[in-house]
Unconditional design. Structure first.
Length: 425
């Protein structure tokens, strides 16, 4: 016979058992959430891989990018299975998936982004104010559209150098012909950003860890030995490419230099579901000593924030870069340099630097048929506010410091717990 006390004990036991089982299931799901998610992103219409798609976990302020072949690897940190992960790219509709659905989706088939329709009309493309007046308004709104408190950006940086595919003369031989890259380095950085009401000079960068692959340092052109250049500045990319802040270098947003540029409306597009006005700019004179860039600014039509920049070094700027010193001679000739920078809108409506790339193309002065490509890529993988302080002077790196001096083997576990850009194909 079962007494009342025995029956009560059984009920308590079964409740404990059920609650314990639920806790184990939840713990299992939580543990799975920390495992990396890998996949590929393609164009829904053409099936083409999409490079540099921004991937972001808003609840954790964690992110990464797809590589040049559209592949990605993301560690969502402590996010829950129901937390949303977004995939966004200029000209495409942003894709939002929960972590749980994304894990079920990958790696069975690539994720597909749908192109956004671009509607151009005379009314929207030609607002009531001129393009240069709009840029002036953008500059006046910088303090309202970007962080009003210091923030810390943890970022991943990769630099590589290689011969331009399909352009290598038969006369050239390299000591490691099986290698895809002539130079390859990558690192994890921290970038301190002051308030955008402060001068940009307070911003700093320090290196947390980095590695460089031991690759070729020279190539042979017939009987001549040619040294390969060390092209760097990747570690400070997060300072240089913050175009709304580094206006001493990026003069197309410098209020004192606007008169030296021509600005014009080009088109409209969408980013993260928001209407974007595209304004083109170029130097009024190719001989200008302060206007080195030409390109496009992507401006949020509601907030007047610059959310993206695409630009290159203009002919006048190339002439300055390639000017041969009177008592020396340059090893390389810069043929082209392209910049891309993206900002991400936060929950408070302010924008923060998200990612940037610089693509260079060089030829040798004495060997103009040898073309070398160089790319620097940076993505913010973690954003932090609160109790953020500048670095110690000894920790901050100089502008011309390379990512890493010593050779460090590329072992598989080096980035075991970090968000990075997936390895290049």
């Amino acid at each position: 016979m079962i007494t009342g006390h025995t029956e009560l004990a059984k009920r308590i036991y079964f409740r404990w058992l059920i609650s314990g089982l639920s806790w184990l299931i939840a713990s299992s799901a939580w543990g799975q959430s920390n495992a990396p998610i890998a996949g590929q992103v393609i164009d829904q219409q053409t099936g083409a891989p999409l490079p540099f798609v921004a991937i972001y976990v808003p609840t954790q302020r964690i992110g990464t990018l797809t590589n040049e072949a559209g592949f990605f690897s993301l560690r969502p940190g402590a996010s829950l299975p129901t937390d949303t992960i977004s995939f966004s790219l200029i000209g495409y509709q942003t894709l939002h998936l929960t972590q749980q659905s994304l894990r079920q989706y990958q790696p069975n088939r690539p994720l597909q982004l749908k192109p956004s329709p671009t509607v151009l009309t005379e009314v929207t493309v030609r607002p009531r104010i001129s393009a240069d007046k709009l840029v002036q308004a953008v500059i006046r709104r910088i303090a309202d559209n970007y962080p009003d408190q210091p923030c810390l950006l943890q970022a991943f940086d990769r630099e590589w150098t290689r011969f331009k595919p399909g352009s290598l003369p038969r006369a050239v031989s390299i000591p490691q012909p099986e290698q895809r890259f002539l130079a390859l380095a990558e690192g994890q950085l921290e970038i301190y950003k002051g308030r955008y009401t402060e001068r940009a000079g307070v911003d700093e960068v320090r290196i947390l860890k980095a590695r460089r692959k031991p690759l070729a340092t020279y190539f042979r052109y017939n009987a001549d030995t040619c040294r390969l250049p060390l092209i760097t500045n990747g570690p400070t990319l997060g300072l240089l490419l913050d175009i709304v802040r580094s206006t001493d270098q990026m003069t197309f947003l410098n209020p004192d230099q606007l008169s030296f540029y021509d600005y014009d409306y080009e088109s409209e597009t969408m980013i993260d579901g928001r209407q974007i006005v595209v304004v083109g700019f170029k130097p009024k004179s190719e001989r200008s000593l302060v206007c080195y860039f030409a390109g496009r600014l992507f401006i949020d039509s509601q907030s007047l924030a610059v959310v993206r920049g695409e630009f290159n070094v203009a002919p006048g700027g190339l002439a300055v870069v390639n000017k041969v010193p009177r008592f020396g001679r340059l090893l390389l000739y810069l043929r082209n340099r392209q910049y891309i920078v993206n900002y991400r809108r936060q929950a408070n409506g302010r924008y923060v630097l998200n990612d940037g790339q610089v693509a260079n193309e060089y030829t040798y002065v004495d060997r103009p048929d040898v073309c070398i490509q160089n790319r620097l890529s940076l993505v913010v993988t973690l954003l932090s506010y609160g109790n953020v302080k500048p670095f110690n002077h000894s920790e901050a790196i100089s502008f011309n410091q390379s990512l890493v001096e010593q050779l460090i083997p590329f072992e598989s576990g080096f980035w075991a717990n970090d968000n990075i850009i997936a390895d290049e194909p």
